[in-house]
Design a protein around this ligand. Structure first.
Ligand SMILES: C[S@@+](CC[C@H](N)C(=O)[O-])C[C@H]1O[C@@H](n2cnc3c(N)ncnc32)[C@H](O)[C@@H]1O
Length: 196
């Protein structure tokens, strides 16, 4: 999960290998062209998405990523046509959503990974705001869906409990007794992801 580098240029992710591998395999099975990620952090998952998307990965974070841009934009493997678009700002602001829309140039994405604000209100807002960008048949991934979490601000499970009864979902959880982590996937139907 630590892909090397140092300081600002370290590429790493806080994921459980079996969970992120299962998600990556599901995403790969969709033959994705475009992926949208909320929560870049140290670009560990961006590295994975940039190896899977054929055209574009748009990744968003509160952090200013200007220093990392030269590295992150070169994460797609040699020969890939995938373009990495880094957007710094607050996913909850309408102006930021507009920037995401512009970056996608009117295209819908095959996969949306929501791994930014983990509070109940924040993750719910990201779902409501960004689900419209996912194509029918696409998927939405959520990180940290388990109820047992190390931080009280990790509240994704509240949203996950609302989604599982109203959508087709799948869970990748390494160990049901673990503290934290767990990935939930929502499969977007023909009429889009469900409203809450
Ligand atoms: C758990 S980390 C993402 C990890 C990354 N996806 C990975 O697994 O390698 C969450 C990131 O979301 C960012 N974040 C939190 N709230 C946000 C918001 N409202 N808008 C954009 N980014 C946000 C944080 O700055 C942090 O870098």
């Amino acid at each position: 999960m630590n892909f090397g580098g140092g300081g600002y240029m370290r590429v790493k992710t806080l994921q459980i290998p079996s969970e992120i591998t299962a998600l990556a395999e599901l995403v790969a099975s969709k033959d994705p062209e475009i992926i949208l990620e909320i929560g870049t952090a140290s670009a560990g998952t961006l590295l994975i998405w940039s190896h899977l998307a054929k055209k574009q990965v748009v990744t968003c974070d509160l952090r200013d990523m200007r220093h990392q841009a030269p590295l992150y934009e070169q994460l797609p493997p040699p020969g890939s046509d995938c373009q990495v678009t880094l957007l710094s700002g607050n996913s909850h602001s309408p102006e930021f959503k507009e920037r995401v829309s512009e970056a996608l140039k009117g295209n819908q994405v095959d996969f949306l990974f929501i791994d930014g604000d983990h509070t109940e209100q924040g993750v719910t807002q990201d779902y409501i705001d960004y689900k419209e960008f996912v194509r029918p048949g696409g998927i939405i991934g959520f990180h940290d869906i388990l109820e047992n979490q190390p931080l009280t601000t990790n509240q994704v499970y509240h949203l996950w409990k609302r989604l599982t009864p109203i959508a087709e979902t799948e869970e990748f959880v390494h160990d049901r007794n673990q503290c934290g982590f767990g990935i939930g996937v929502l499969k977007v139907g023909p009429s889009g992801a469900p409203d809450l």
